[in-house]
Ligand binder design. Structure first.
Ligand code: ZN
Ligand code: ZN
Length: 278
């Protein structure tokens, strides 16, 4: 089974808001893993406006069009839709999506913090409409609360949203797990094992989305004390969970974090893990 890597050459010349030019050396830094017979590189495609208008106000989309990072956002969301379809139709087993200007702080009419349209909502909608899929889990391990995603999915009982942030909250399919402002790799991984895995197991999603920010890394802008190797272990953990509960269907979407060296260290290793046999 194939692992899809989704990248846009737009990132070479257009830095992401907040995260900066952290993907400028991609996809070259993935060259070794891209040689694997079961790894395939895809170039992002733009999302259709028609699809975006199902989730966002016209003002928001029009406002974004005027921004220098508009293409980053439209292409990243388009790639999320494409990746999700390819995983759900069995063409790919899992995927790693390099994302910029799109993501978890984008609600229906308001967005901030470097992400200006939502990416998971249009992807879930498309998979349900075109492939008859229903249940999804969305794990958010960025440093910050996924307020936009929460707003998008708060009444969606077929999507389990588990957000690791700075507070605790739980109501049916909406969960926040407080990790505090300081953690160790092991404490955080234990929380994932205790708070995410059993809920996902019980919910039985058909696919897991993972909004993975490395802003929590030491020296990054949301530093809570985690090392670079934490992100590798985290992906191993979630991949094992996906293997167990949803035939390995797992899409990683890059989130916050501006340290280019961290991105260049972790993502080749993460791609390798995705491509490795169970
Ligand atoms: Zn949260
Ligand atoms: Zn963040």
């Amino acid at each position: 089974m194939t692992t899809g890597i989704f990248y846009s050459h737009i990132f070479k010349t257009s830095p992401g808001p907040v995260v900066g030019p952290k993907f400028i050396n991609f996809p070259e830094v993935l060259r070794d893993v891209l040689k694997f017979h079961n790894v395939k590189l895809f170039e992002h495609e733009p999302v259709s406006e028609e699809l975006l208008f199902k989730f966002h106000t016209e003002d928001m989309v029009k406002g974004l069009k005027k921004k220098p990072y508009a293409k980053n956002a439209f292409y990243s969301t388009g790639a999320c839709v494409m990746a999700t379809k390819r995983i759900m139709n069995g063409e790919l087993k899992n995927g790693l999506l390099f994302n910029s200007a799109s993501g978890h702080h984008a609600g229906p009419a308001h967005a901030w913090g470097g992400t200006y349209i939502n990416c998971v909502a249009p992807a879930v909608y498309t998979a349900r409409e075109s492939l008859g899929a229903e249940k999804f889990a969305l794990l958010d391990t960025d440093c910050h609360h996924g307020d936009g995603d929460r707003e998008m999915f708060k009444n969606d009982k077929s999507l389990l949203h588990i957000c690791f942030c700075d507070s605790n909250y739980e109501s049916e399919t909406n969960v926040c797990v407080g990790v505090g402002w300081h953690s160790t790799d092991e404490d955080y991984l234990n929380l994932v094992r205790e708070e995410f895995v059993p809920r996902a197991r019980e919910f039985k999603p058909e696919m897991i989305f993972h909004f993975l920010g490395h802003d929590t890394c030491q020296g990054d802008y949301g530093d809570i004390g985690l090392t670079q190797d934490f992100f590798i272990e985290l992906v191993k953990e979630v991949k094992d969970c996906a293997e167990e509960i949803c035939q390995g269907r797992y899409l990683i979407i890059t989130g916050g974090g501006s340290r280019r060296d961290v991105a260049e260290y972790i993502f080749p290793k993460i791609a390798r893990i995705l491509a490795s046999p169970n």
